[in-house]
Design a protein around this ligand. Structure first.
Ligand SMILES: *Cc1c(COP(=O)(O)O)cnc(C)c1O
Length: 404
């Protein structure tokens, strides 16, 4: 058996399609967000335009200080799983803070948002014999993973399509347990789910709701509770899931819900039980970040203003901004080879870092640049970005839109 050859062939296929991924070898500079040192081709110092640290919280001095203090006081690692020597008081405080953020009875931490989705969806469905999961067609890989592991029946509804969801719910046997799984902000298109409408249907057909707010926590709602807080519907959602790794700038994932549900997941989910808990530095930093964002709505307002301004400037320049209702600014390229050529040129010629988004993250033919302006991307940086994009666009012969 030539194992090496099989691995190489598997990669060649990806390369032939122009979507072979190369890591950008960067080093973020604390206190200088969105700048980073570049260890790869291009200038030594670059400006990042695609981070999911949407608010720069990973570099908030209060958050860094909380990480340092926790590590100095409690050490580097947690020392165990949550059940065996690995529950630190910081975990308890962080879970309280997250339950409070979403107005739920309880919260449970996981080592990542990915694990929180896969572990919770699979566990809850297994606890409900005969359960049917109604999954939005664009749900994240981690939710799909959990639903597959659950081994239950699943029905896929067309993305954000309430009529289709109702059709599928109405067709299901009334007596069976049901769960509707969806996201609030979809991270590649920047569109938003009609949460209230989904809750209406779920209530009508006796279904639970599972909402991934990963791209919305910290960013929407008066205290950063996500779109469900903004829309005043958090109380109607059964399980709200989030990450500590994006707007909160740290690492880890969580769910919030009723005490009974959270206790059941805590007691049954392998992805929770059989793994070491978050280290004190991470739990402390995340706690500081969540609490900080509960009382700094002005950062969210500045974030929204920056995103709106960037969309306006790109559109005015004739660049094909895709429609987005949120802070995510996708720009359509439509070809993996050109998307890569543009981002290589942005980096090497202009010191601007944008990662191309290719299949399978998005459908073939919709390859794009995904820009994430933060409160720290000022008008000068935006001007530089637009000019650089126009220059790179011309080099790969992509047309611009006619601007009136
Ligand atoms: C990133 C992401 C996750 C996973 O969160 P991590 O904390 O990065 O593991 C889950 N759901 C969605 C929609 C995501 O984009």
């Amino acid at each position: 058996m030539n194992y090496e050859k099989i691995f190489k062939t598997a990669v060649e296929q990806v390369r032939d399609e122009g979507r072979y991924r190369v890591f950008a070898d960067l080093e973020r500079i604390a206190g200088e967000f969105p700048y980073a040192r570049n260890h790869g081709p291009g200038p030594d110092r670059i400006v990042g335009w695609c981070s999911n640290d949407y608010l720069g919280q990973g570099q908030n001095p209060e958050v860094i200080e909380a990480a340092c203090q926790a590590a100095r006081k409690m050490g580097a690692g947690s020392g165990g799983t949550r059940n065996i020597s690995g529950t630190h008081h910081l975990h308890v405080l962080l879970e309280k803070s997250l339950a409070d953020l979403h107005g739920k009875e309880a919260a449970l931490l996981f080592t990542s948002g990915y694990v929180s989705n896969s572990a919770t969806l699979s566990t809850v469905a297994k606890l409900l014999p005969g359960c049917i999961i109604f999954s939005d067609a664009l749900n994240h890989a981690s939710m799909i993973d959990g639903i597959r592991q659950a081994g239950c029946e699943r029905r896929i509804w067309r993305h954000n399509d309430l009529a289709h969801l109702e059709e599928l719910l109405a067709a299901a046997e009334p007596g069976r347990p049901k769960m509707v799984a969806f996201e609030s902000v979809y991270s590649m298109d920047g569109d938003v789910a009609p949460i209230a409408g989904i809750c209406d249907l779920a209530e009508r057909y006796g279904a639970m709701t599972y909402l991934d707010e990963v791209h919305a926590v910290g960013l929407y709602g008066k205290r950063g509770g996500g779109i469900s807080e903004r829309d005043g519907v958090a109380g109607r959602v059964t399980i709200i899931e989030g990450t500590l790794a994006k707007a909160f700038g740290c690492m880890g994932g969580y769910i919030t819900g009723s005490s009974a549900l959270v206790d059941a997941v805590r007691s049954h989910a392998a992805g929770f039980i059989f793994t070491t808990s978050l280290p004190p530095a991470v739990a402390g930093a995340a706690l500081a970040s969540v609490e900080y964002l509960k009382v700094h709505d002005e950062l969210r307002q500045r974030h929204q203003e920056r995103a709106a301004t960037l969309k306006k400037r790109l559109t005015a320049a004739g660049l094909p901004v895709m429609p987005s209702e949120t802070h995510i600014v996708p720009v359509l390229v439509g070809c993996p080879v050109r998307a890569k050529a543009i981002t290589d040129d942005l980096m090497v010629t202009h010191g601007i870092y944008v990662q191309p988004i290719n299949y399978p993250t998005v459908p073939k033919g919709t390859e794009r640049l995904r820009l994430t302006p933060s409160p720290f991307h000022d008008d000068i940086l935006m001007g530089n970005l637009v000019e650089a994009l126009l220059a790179s666009w011309a080099k790969v012969d992509l047309p611009l839109r006619n601007v009136a």
